[in-house]
Design a protein around this ligand. Structure first.
Ligand code: FES
Length: 71
């Protein structure tokens, strides 16, 4: 089975598939669901390495493709 990693627009990385999650020493990290995890990529989570929705409080850089036209 292919592992699928989906980059969400403003949140974490959704990893779907059978993966083994380990820490920096190779110790297993138990995920809430073994077949789907969402990993933080913003650094604001209170539950690393998982996304806990804290990215919603982190300021986002401007997105020129979706900003109203200034002109
Ligand atoms: S990406 Fe969601 S808390 Fe960091």
């Amino acid at each position: 089975m292919t592992v699928r990693i989906r980059v969400t627009r403003f949140g974490g990385y959704v990893v779907e598939g059978p993966v083994e999650l380990v820490d920096w020493e190779g110790q297993p990290i138990t995920a809430p669901r073994p077949d789907r995890v969402q990993l933080c990529r913003c650094g604001a989570t209170a539950n690393p390495p998982f996304c806990d929705g804290s990215h919603n409080r982190v300021p986002r850089p401007p997105d020129p493709e979706h900003e109203p036209d200034a002109g």
